[in-house]
Design a protein around this ligand. Structure first.
Ligand code: FEO
Length: 405
């Protein structure tokens, strides 16, 4: 059965939900699926903005058939050429052979890389500021290169003030029938997953997100439609402010994320003891993760959120325990910066982890190493407690704003 909803006069959500997919991009675990949003405008001219992943093709084509009632499709606007959104371009061109497929040079280059169909005759090249008039509705093209792919565009619908934002402002998590931010408990249902989506998928491209903010600053935006997750129409500032902060790599909150690697539980014991000491000193909302257990995308999401990090890991094969190595590599790749970091190594017969973690963090921008970094010898003993107390004092003072200058 068709499954659509009018979100504004003549504008319809025609997307689908996938709750079976285990990992988005075969990388990021999904606990509650993901939505692929697509939009149909039924004006004097008809237009579809982006398509959907192959996984929801049947539902998608049924939705379009139901709404189109035999009309011709005039425009298919391709804001993003990643397969979770362009999986149905070929299907739509086959069904509507006269459709103008709207994109830029890079969109069509990517289309030709991914697909075999020749759509040269359908192509309509657009660039910054171009406008497509559908009748009452008018779509202005905003290029958004590297948010998070090079071809990305957004559209500003000038009559209603709707921003079709490609992946930006999106989230993991399928839709629940409540399509709008004022119909869901966004903070509880989506916010953590939105941050995880941003940090891991868009996080590297903060400067490009800021550049889009500058472009859209003069637009009156009443609604934001992302390609994943709910539509913002009530509390737009919630997501706009978060995106501003996230893209500047500023923490949302003073707090500590402790992430450790531990082969036999000894580094875990030190991490837990440190967390306990921080709690006793008044630090609240501490997060503790085992890097061998928790998927890095969740840890990175909290690294984006909090101001202070503690990394603890053993030496392994005379190098760094590789789940920690992998996490630090990913952090560097995503351009994490502006955090305060404490480091604890562990070794039994050859010390490398402490030095390597220090090097990794030092290679990231504005990562201030605080407290005295130390290296456990196999297991922290009771008579070494002072080291942990000293470190807890420094971290707690920094988090709580009590650092004496
Ligand atoms: Fe939702 Fe970048 O694809």
């Amino acid at each position: 059965m068709y499954n659509v909803r009018e979100i504004s006069p003549q504008i319809y959500w025609i997307g689908g939900n996938d709750r079976r997919l285990e990992q988005f991009e075969n990388l990021f675990p999904l606990t509650n699926g993901v939505s692929y949003n697509s939009w149909l405008i039924l004006d004097e001219k008809t237009a579809i903005i982006d398509t959907v992943d192959d996984a929801v093709t049947d539902q998608y084509l049924e939705n379009i058939e139901h709404l189109m009632q035999g009309r011709e499709l005039d425009y298919l606007i391709i804001n993003h050429m990643e397969p979770d959104h362009c999986g149905n371009i070929e299907n739509l061109v086959r069904r509507y052979p006269n459709v103008k497929v709207v994109g830029n040079k890079k969109s069509f280059q990517l289309f030709n890389q991914f697909y075999n169909m020749d759509i040269t005759d359908n192509q309509m090249l657009v660039g910054e500021g171009d406008e497509i008039s559908l009748g009452k509705h008018n779509l202005k093209i905003i290029t958004a290169p590297m948010v998070h792919w090079p071809e990305v565009m957004m559209n500003y619908e000038t009559t209603e003030g709707i921003l079709f934002a490609a992946d930006a402002f999106g989230t993991f998590g399928a839709l629940t029938g409540n399509l709008f931010d004022d119909e869901v408990d966004y903070r509880n249902l989506y916010l953590d997953e939105s941050r995880r989506y941003y940090a891991n998928i868009v996080g590297k491209f903060g400067a490009q997100v800021q550049s889009v903010f500058r472009k859209i600053s003069s637009f009156k935006i009443n609604m934001i439609c992302s390609l994943h997750g709910p539509i913002f129409r009530s509390d737009l500032n919630l997501i706009l402010d978060l995106y501003d902060k996230w893209s500047k790599y500023e923490p949302e909150k003073e707090g500590v994320v402790i992430f450790y690697g531990s082969m036999y539980g000894n580094t875990a014991n030190t991490a837990d003891a440190l967390a306990n000491k921080l709690g006793q000193r008044g630090v609240k909302d501490i997060r503790v993760y085992d890097v061998s257990k928790t998927h890095p995308s969740y840890i990175i999401s909290d690294i984006w959120k909090y101001s202070h990090l503690v990394a603890a890991a053993p030496t392994y094969n005379m190098g760094l325990y590789y789940p920690m190595d992998n996490l630090l590599h990913e952090m560097a790749a995503l351009g994490v910066k502006n955090r305060k970091v404490a480091i604890i190594g562990n070794h039994s017969w050859s010390s490398a982890a402490q030095k390597l973690m220090t090097e990794r963090f030092s290679s990231m921008k504005n990562m201030e190493i605080i407290g005295e970094t130390f290296d456990i010898k196999s297991r922290l003993k009771d008579d070494e407690e002072q080291k942990l107390d000293d470190l807890a004092d420094v971290i707690a003072a920094s988090v709580l704003g009590n650092t004496e200058e």
